[in-house]
Design a protein. Structure first.
Length: 355
């Protein structure tokens, strides 16, 4: 909507003003990892805005790991600072699932369409009461691969306000009316950007894109949807891809687009509890009588990749993987989705090659 400039000094004043009216969450560094935590007057000076994405997915704020769903959640407005482009991409999937509304399609989809389904009131309330102040990446992790998934290290949409670093402050780009309202409420803290500020942003974004491409130059696959549609032999999935899986479910719980959950009730109060579930657990697909259509780790991992890279594009028009690399970082079996796709791509290319 508009681009403003805010100095580091005014940014600190802005943060303190937000704390007085909102529950504010930001990123804090610990041993090169970034964790999302609630801001307080005591830790506010330690917040990290840019760098790269946090360990936790953004969905954990909107769709908690465990929540009681008998009573309405708090209506206190939240502000999340530091979400990255890959995180905003995740919300396209969770919004479609929990808000029940899908419109349009990305390049991974089958074309323009509109669908409306069932809305989850708990997600809707949290989503509607959360202001997203995203930020450009100015660094990366070895596991980052957003540029392989039609993404970029800087947000272009989906934010209320986005922050791009400069030497003396931030460029603050608004993307919604709530973002503009924040600027109007603190108009003395924001000013018109100078040409050199815009040039700094351009150079930083180009540099980060090049760094990401260099980080993933050993992978020459493209169109992951087509790779998954073409499939591969069971041996590749069971031994080469899922052979080291220890079924810990970490990849699913750290993924920003997984939405499966279980419902249970407490014994005494009959409160209903919702908790995350994982399709990589052997019991996930088990049905009455003990039958299980996906008994092996290879079958379950293949279903996961198909869900992320084929079913979601077919149904929602976007990939349910944005290249954040969280699943790579947490995997105890060192399974890397980039390498898995490369194995499938190479096998398919070998089959097509002339004899």
């Amino acid at each position: 909507m508009a681009v403003y400039y805010i100095t580091f000094t005014n940014w600190s004043t802005f943060l303190n003003a937000l704390l007085r009216q909102h529950s504010v969450y930001g990123l804090f560094e610990d041993n090169a990892n970034l964790f999302c935590q609630k801001l307080t007057a005591q830790n506010i000076s330690n917040i990290t805005v840019n760098r790269y994405r946090a360990v936790q997915p953004v969905k954990s704020l909107l769709f908690p790991v465990k929540e009681e769903v008998t009573h309405a959640p708090s209506l206190r407005p939240n502000v999340l600072i530091g979400a990255k482009a890959c995180d905003l991409g995740h919300l396209l999937t969770t919004d479609a699932i929990f808000s029940g509304r899908v419109s349009g399609a990305g390049s991974a989809g089958a074309g323009g369409f509109h669908r409306q389904g069932i809305e989850d009131p708990y997600y809707r309330i949290r989503r509607g009461n959360t202001i997203l102040i995203s930020a450009d990446c100015d660094d990366l992790r070895p596991s980052c691969f957003c540029t392989l998934m039609e993404g970029s290290p800087y947000p272009l949409k989906g934010f209320d306000m986005n922050l791009s670093p400069t030497r003396s402050g931030f460029l603050a780009e608004t993307g919604s009316e709530p973002g503009e309202a924040l600027v109007r409420a603190h108009t003395k803290l924001f000013q018109e950007p100078r040409p050199e500020h815009l040039e700094e942003r351009r150079q930083c974004r180009e540099n980060m894109t090049r760094r990401l491409q260099e980080n993933n130059r050993r992978f020459n696959w493209s169109n992951p949807k087509k790779i998954i549609e073409n499939g591969g032999p069971a041996k590749t999935w069971e031994q080469d891809i899922a052979g080291t899986c220890v079924e810990c479910d970490a990849c699913r719980f750290t993924c920003g687009t997984c939405y499966c959950f279980l419902l249970g009730e407490t014994v005494r109060k009959w409160d209903r509890i919702r908790t995350w579930d994982s399709c990589q657990s052997v019991g996930y697909g088990r049905v009455a009588g003990g039958a299980n259509p996906r008994r092996t780790r290879g079958e379950r991992l293949r279903n996961l990749y198909t869900c992320k890279l084929q079913y979601r594009p077919d149904n929602f028009g976007v990939y349910a993987c944005t290249g954040c690399g969280r699943c790579i970082d947490v995997c105890q079996g060192k399974i890397d989705i980039r390498e898995s796709l490369q194995k499938l791509y190479d096998e398919q290319a070998a089959v097509r090659a002339p004899k």
